[in-house]
Ligand binder design. Sequence first.
Ligand code: ZN
Length: 269
Amino acid sequence: MNSTQPTSPLLVKAIKAFSDNYIWCIHSNTANYIALVDPGDADVCIKYIQDNKLQLSNILITHRHSDHVGGVEKLVKYCNDNNWPITVYGPTKEAIQYSNIQVKNADNIYLEALAIDCRVLDIPGHTLGHIAYLIEDNLFCGDTLFSAGCGRVFDGTSEQLFNSLQTLSALSEKTQVYCAHEYTLSNLAFALTVDPSNEELVNYYNYVKKIRDKNQSSIPTSICTEKKINPFLRCFDNNIKQSVEAYCNATLTSELDIFTQLRNWKNEF
Ligand SMILES: [Zn+2]
């Protein structure tokens, strides 16, 4: 790519899957090629490809859970049947069938068909090997950061998840956040319980309630918005500290301890 030419904004569309998953479809600006992020269901993707006369060239996987990788086998076969070259990227630390290029933190990958550069970030915690893909100011972060919330700790640790969220929080505020689930409204209900005097959070809840009532998507969100309303990125805040201390009936001395108890509280909410 000639870096002196201005780049067009990344064209990203959502393919809905299961009850609340988003499979993100990244389009080429100049051709009919697409990359899919976490295609848990092949059939909805194949329908999208056929309806829009597209050609799948890349699959990007963030982690091993079946609602993120369940469609990969069928999509690879579909590409092979059509004689389409297909590359499947996945995390180095997780064994994912059909992933033919394993990537890790700070790797730069070039999606040739789409002429797109992509940087890999290690963001363990939800799972041990979870990664994110950053394309310009567009973040594909799977089940790590959600709008107004974060993923559960499965086989990673709370400390890993805390550090991963700190990494994402430090990205440019204009970063668009493409997470893998529409959990925003239920996350906001919890966030309001923890941080009821946060005016921006109250306003954001009212905004999301309206758009969800119209069945519109609340995703992408942005790092700027999340830093204002997401309690899991705001464990430094004294109001949140006090709420969490009241929940666990203990004095907490570190942001990590507040985060860990906040995640426990959300699990029970
Ligand atoms: Zn997951």
